[in-house]
Design a protein around this ligand. Sequence first.
Ligand code: 5GP
Ligand code: ZN
Length: 115
Amino acid sequence: MTADPECLFCKIIAGEIPAEILHSTERTVAFRDINPQAPLHVLVVPRDHAPNAAASAEAGPEMFAEIAVTARAIATAEGYDDHRLVFNTGAGVGQTVFHTHGHVLAGRSMTWPPG
Ligand code: 5GP
Ligand code: ZN
């Protein structure tokens, strides 16, 4: 298992920083976003540190599928039929934490394209 001692999400995974964890497996952890942008806003992260979704997928493509399945399971468990799953990749599109995370958003109407 790879971890970066400086990484915020690695610290959450290690239990060094508290978070409201909704789902946890051998490979992933899901917790509520500290600054929710929708009634449901959860981050699904691989336990293995990688800087973005493509890097995680290069290390093992099944991780991408596991995040998508987990996102749907969480949305369903929280009572939402529909959800949006977003991966920001790069500071230029708003990525601020460089540990792979899928944003699971649900519970309000959303526009397309995203802003
Ligand atoms: P990004 O901007 O990298 O796509 O998403 C990072 C997300 O992490 C943001 O939505 C931000 O609100 C969330 N976040 C930042 N710091 C913390 C924290 O300490 N705890 C939790 N639960 N979420 C955080
Ligand atoms: Zn990390």
